[in-house]
Design a binder for this molecule. Structure first.
Ligand code: BG6
Length: 489
């Protein structure tokens, strides 16, 4: 089959086409798909935004962004093909009558439409109503939404209900961009394509799991969104729970969206609730104070430009999560994520159980347990820490801890790192929902997160302070140390 025939022709309509996400991620991702010949030759990309521009001005803006956000030289031929697809529609998305003009623009194109809502969720309802009023929604259309879906369970239901008035669940693609990351996708392969882990992936072999998603950036001027959300809603409810569910889920029957999403959902639903009775033992929330990052002084959260100086919003969260099921009973999953940590660094470390008996006591008294490290970003790779004999002649057996290190950089040297949005846009074009979050998953994740947030609010304690450039508040060390364990750093 010719590559260009692999998806049917569609109108890819981006609401908020001049916004940050669209400029940094969506349009560059579509360009890359163009370069790989993965967009149907008849498809058009329709940018919708409030600003008044003609299509030529829009093309210029897109070109600038693509060259800013894509590394390396751009291919003139690909660019020409790509820009020829671009269409611009100025629209006040809150104004019902304005959608007539969009209908005229879209009538010149394909019958199948992919609507990407790259706007604040507050106007999703207006967009749906506007499209519906001018008959721009049909059974073939798809809608793509960004996380976070809501601010809590109830508000997520409001958003989902608004969309559900016009789109069925199998038309809705809820993005969590972590699901498009190569290393996160690789979790499926690692777990289900290696017989080594068929029998060793449960409470009998695993002592505990650590998931760290650390960022060196701070709030980056996103006061409007972040101060209201905090790290719990922004990162744990979505990205970290997605990683956790892929690690913890039962083997799916196949790779279909139904099978994978059903298993992930069961894992999230099995999370042991954290509430007012146990929140102090199971969680730590922190907020960065003034500190140093790579030797440079950086302001604390409350001293950032335009800061809400009374803010009690957490920029760091550590949680001891437990899963109440047969596979994971007694195996904690320690989650940790924060802003202004020493570096951007995300990894999963699976700590296996110690050997029941040590026959190498003469040379190694305290045999360390095996550790599987999955480096999500940067320096993507998989590493297995194991014991090995040091070669050489000696009366006693000298042994050492070594690692089998599969660095993706070294192994796949000529492979470009695919951005998560490229993968996700391709899956939307293909109509495959496997890498998107179902409504039930969103609701299960909010149910768990809301209970923690409620418990924090009830205690009314300020988050613990940590210096920017450190690994979080001291109490996050105690959280894991209480169980005689320590964070891998
Ligand atoms: C976003 C959050 O979803 O993910 C941001 O809103 C965060 O606060 C970002 O910085 C992290 O994504 P990545 O891909 O850089 O790890």
């Amino acid at each position: 089959m010719n590559k260009l025939d692999c998806q049917s022709a569609s109108e890819i309509v981006i609401f908020g086409a001049l916004g940050d996400l669209s400029r940094r991620k969506l349009l560059p991702a579509l360009y890359q798909l163009e370069a790989c010949g993965l967009i149907n030759e008849k498809s058009r990309i329709v940018g919708v935004a409030r600003q008044n521009h003609n299509v030529e001005e829009f093309k210029t803006i897109v070109l600038e962004n693509i060259s800013n956000f894509i590394e390396g030289t751009l291919d003139e031929e690909v660019l020409a093909r790509f820009t020829a697809r671009l269409v611009y529609q100025q629209l006040d998305m809150k104004e019902a009558s304005a959608y007539e003009s969009l209908a005229v623009t879209l009538s010149a194109g394909n019958d199948t439409r992919i609507y990407y809502f790259s706007t604040p969720p507050a106007i999703y309802g207006d967009i749906c109503d506007g499209l519906h009023n001018v008959n721009l929604i049909s059974d073939n259309d798809r809608v793509v939404m960004e996380k976070p879906i809501g601010h809590c369970l109830e508000s997520s239901k409001v958003i989902n209900n608004l969309i559900a008035r016009f789109f069925t669940e199998n038309q809705i693609y809820r993005i969590d961009h972590y699901l498009g990351k190569e290393t996160v996708l690789n979790l499926l392969v690692l777990r289900f394509a290696n017989s080594l882990f068929t029998t060793n992936w449960d409470r009998n072999s695993i002592d505990h799991v650590q998931i760290t998603v650390a960022e060196s950036v701070g709030i980056e001027g996103r006061w409007g969104f972040y101060d209201d959300a905090g790290q719990m809603r922004d990162m744990i409810q979505s990205h970290l729970l997605q990683i956790l569910s892929l690690l913890a889920m039962e083997p799916p029957a196949d790779l279909s969206a139904e099978s994978i999403r059903a298993e992930k959902l069961k894992a999230v639903k099995a999370l042991c609730p954290i509430n007012r009775t146990n929140v102090k033992d199971k969680t730590v929330r922190g907020q960065y104070a003034d500190g140093f990052l790579n030797g440079i002084a950086v302001p604390g959260y409350l001293n950032e430009k335009d800061a809400n100086t009374n803010s009690k919003t957490e920029t760091f969260v550590a949680i001891k999560a437990e899963i109440n099921n047969w596979r994971w009973s007694g195996v904690p999953f320690y989650l940790r994520t924060g802003k202004r940590m020493p570096m951007k660094h995300s990894e999963i470390v699976v700590h296996f159980k110690e050997q029941p008996h040590n026959i190498f006591k003469d040379s190694y008294n305290d045999l360390p347990a095996n550790k599987l490290t999955i480096r999500l970003q940067p320096d993507e790779g998989v590493e297995l820490q194991m014991m090995n004999k040091i070669p050489g002649i000696a009366s006693q057996m000298n042994i050492q801890e070594n690692k089998l290190d599969l660095s993706f950089n070294d192994t796949y040297q000529n492979q470009r790192v695919i951005d998560a949005y490229e993968r996700l846009m391709l899956e939307v074009l293909n109509g495959n929902q496997t890498l998107f979050v179902s409504r039930e998953e969103v609701e299960a994740a909010w149910t768990w997160a809301d209970s923690i947030i409620d418990a924090w609010q009830a205690t009314n304690e300020a988050p613990k302070s940590y210096a920017a450039g450190s690994w979080g508040p001291v109490s996050s060390i105690s959280l894991i140390a209480r169980d005689d364990r320590q964070w891998v750093e």
